[in-house]
Design a protein around this ligand. Sequence first.
Ligand SMILES: C[S@@+](CC[C@H](N)C(=O)[O-])C[C@H]1O[C@@H](n2cnc3c(N)ncnc32)[C@H](O)[C@@H]1O
Length: 235
Amino acid sequence: MTTPMNTPTAPLGSANHFDAAATTWDENPRRRKMAVKVARAIVRRAGLRPEWDLIDFGRGTGLLGLALLPHVRSVTGGDSSRGMLDILQAKIDAAGLSNMRTLLFDFDRDEPQGLAFDVITMNLVLHHLKDIDRAIATCRRMLRPGGIVCIADLDTEPGTFHEDGAEHVHHHGFDRSELKSHLGDHGFTAPCDETVYVIEKPDKTGTARKYPVFLVTAICGGTERGFTGPSFSLS
Ligand SMILES: C[S@@+](CC[C@H](N)C(=O)[O-])C[C@H]1O[C@@H](n2cnc3c(N)ncnc32)[C@H](O)[C@@H]1O
């Protein structure tokens, strides 16, 4: 039985779009397939090690974190949605995972006091965060020297990806070069990017659309942690 590690700030985890979506989140096969692809790319790119502690932010129901768990010492799932974390906690309990835990954490409000990790991962989360600079600064403060941030998200898109166009979307994807430049501004080094997946789905009018998903990685400080650099391929 694992213990949720909730931050002291309140109120968190109040009902939101993602609380409502949590119970049916895993039913979409595209999400499961994408999590596997992104996890595979992160393993190769970051050179994950069994002595490393990883936090997966915007963790959702844990699709990505569960795929990464065999490659590291521990995985923490951070999310601002209590509904998402409840689903994940049920998975953790059912599988008796002692090296996985949940963390109620709002990237737009919370401070990373007392948190230290070797790897931070985020899959389709950054575009839901209001302040990208604040998010990157938060990542920097949470990473141990030489730690690696791995951000998977959409390339800049015309605003058709989220059909409801809801208030929880703050960015219509990202320009990879600009994101890497932001990381550099915050002291990250060796930023690089690859396309790791392409989401195919129709927009509101029924028009088929393709949305490439990138993985941008960068190192917090130096290169002493065995970062494997930009060259990898997907199988
Ligand atoms: C599109 S979902 C992606 C979920 C998961 N990474 C996946 O790929 O299945 C975005 C996730 O980010 C979380 N999220 C949104 N805003 C957040 C914030 N400010 N702080 C932390 N998590 C947030 C949501 O609750 C949701 O679980």
